[in-house]
Design a protein around this ligand. Structure first.
Ligand code: 5AD
Length: 426
């Protein structure tokens, strides 16, 4: 989502007639987008800002901070990093053009920090980084208030975009040559159509999947609470809807889930998985897990391990719990020592590594369609991605980029596959 926010902000700058520069030292304006989901990401910001200080031959340059750390720190930036002249959280990006006007008019401290917005960040122009896959935001903010999570405090309330706006953006993307669309939202499947069409999320998926020219449609990130069987039916009905679901678990222990305020139990989560596993096409599953949440006992942690072994995800993103400012769980007791969090994380990652080795090995000899996303000249290897979001390297050429090719798996590691072209372009 942050990557796509940056793309939209670049669109705002391009629309003002600005041009991007390769070298930071050449820039008249630097907008630094930031993340505060965990403390480590937030800590980087001030040290990184230090490297932006010197302008071209000492000339003053305007530096702005965007994103979640901007929202969290607010005007404190002006004290701790006096080179900063603009601070704007993502809920205020819709007023970014006005803020830039104020900067250009000579104001030295400009802020966009309101969180009570009902607006989405709509911009006429978006500069997308990838020429084949386009991100498309359908819902911003989050109202869930999971006790560990800073997002509701930094991205503001949930705002769904109207289905007609989403569909016309999708049509425009196809016209521009994009073949893969990824619908985005912190809580993508909580999307509600504010327009009179009143489409459900599954109906929206179907409508986008049916647009001629869309070859692949993905959506991320789903919340288990809102994951309904009609989403699985939409995947079954539309081959263009990728057979891949990212469904953050966070913990396999119902007691921890309750303290996280996730709104589901272990059993309810497993029911969703069961529903996904019954789909006609095998749906690839990935998840997010937090280890060492306050009060997580060894027994709780064992339950997370057992769930991972039971579900056999294709990918797991796992993190040590990091207390975040102003979250419900901040300062709650029973903190787990960092060392113990590290031990649990390593154990979980090793269990998952073995699962991935096994699952990827099972693909040896199979062929599937990939969208070629890159080419590594040094190795003569093209890099493709399957509908199940698996990365596969195979001998190819730079011209392959953007093509859909069929590739046969010849060897498999825990995180990627190696293959050869199975036939001509699909
Ligand atoms: N500490 C550690 N991990 C976190 N995440 C969110 N908040 C925290 C936190 N305070 C993880 C969750 C989420 C992913 C994007 O980041 O697993 O799904």
């Amino acid at each position: 989502m942050n990557v796509h926010d940056s793309e939209k902000v670049q669109g705002v700058l391009l629309a003002r007639g600005m041009t991007p520069v390769e070298d930071l030292a050449q820039a008249d304006l630097v907008l630094y987008n930031t993340c505060s989901i965990r403390e480590k990401a937030a800590q980087k910001v001030y040290s990184r800002l230090g490297t932006f200080r010197k302008g071209r031959s000492g000339a003053a340059k305007a530096i702005g901070v965007l994103g979640c750390v901007a929202q969290q720190e607010g005007e404190r930036f002006f004290e701790r990093a006096p080179q900063v002249s603009l601070v704007c959280g993502s809920a205020s990006y819709s007023i970014l053009p006005q803020l830039l006007d104020q900067l250009e008019a000579g104001k030295s401290r400009v802020t966009g920090l309101a969180l009570d917005t009902e607006e989405c960040f709509e911009t006429e122009m978006t500069r997308r980084d990838n020429p084949f896959r386009a991100y498309l935001t359908i819902i911003e903010g989050c109202d869930q208030r999971c006790s560990f999570c800073v997002v509701p405090m930094t991205r503001g309330p949930q705002r769904s975009r109207a289905s007609d706006k989403i569909l016309s953006e999708a049509l425009g993307l196809v016209d521009q040559g994009y073949t893969e669309i990824q619908l985005l939202g912190q809580i993508v499947n909580a999307w509600h159509d504010p327009s009179p069409a009143r489409l459900s999320f599954a109906e929206l998926l179907s409508r986008v999947a049916e647009i001629p020219g869309v070859r692949r449609l993905r959506f991320t990130t789903s919340h288990p609470k809102y994951f309904t069987s009609d989403i699985v039916r939409a995947v079954d009905a539309h081959p263009t809807l990728c057979n891949q679901v990212h469904l953050p678990l966070q913990s396999g222990s119902s007691a921890v889930l309750a303290r996280m305020l996730r709104g589901y139990t272990r059993e309810e989560y497993l029911e969703k998985i069961h529903c996904i596993r019954k789909a006609r096409r095998a749906i690839s599953l990935s998840t997010d897990i937090i280890v060492g949440f306050c009060g997580e006992t060894l027994e709780d942690f064992e339950q997370t391990l057992s769930l991972i072994k039971e579900v056999e995800y294709d990918q797991v993103f796992s993190f040590k719990y990091s207390p975040r400012p102003n979250t419900p769980a901040e300062g709650s007791g029973d903190a787990i020592a960092e060392e113990e969090k590290g031990r649990r994380l390593a154990q979980l990652q090793e269990v998952q590594r073995q699962i991935q080795v096994r699952r990827n090995q099972a693909l040896l000899g199979e062929s599937f369609e990939v969208l070629v996303e890159g080419y590594q000249a040094r190795l003569g290897q093209a890099v493709g991605r399957s509908t199940t979001n698996r990365v596969i390297n195979f001998p190819g050429s730079p011209e392959d980029i953007g093509r859909y090719l069929t590739v046969k798996v010849t060897s498999a590691g825990p995180n990627s596959l190696v293959g050869v072209r199975a036939e001509n372009e699909a």
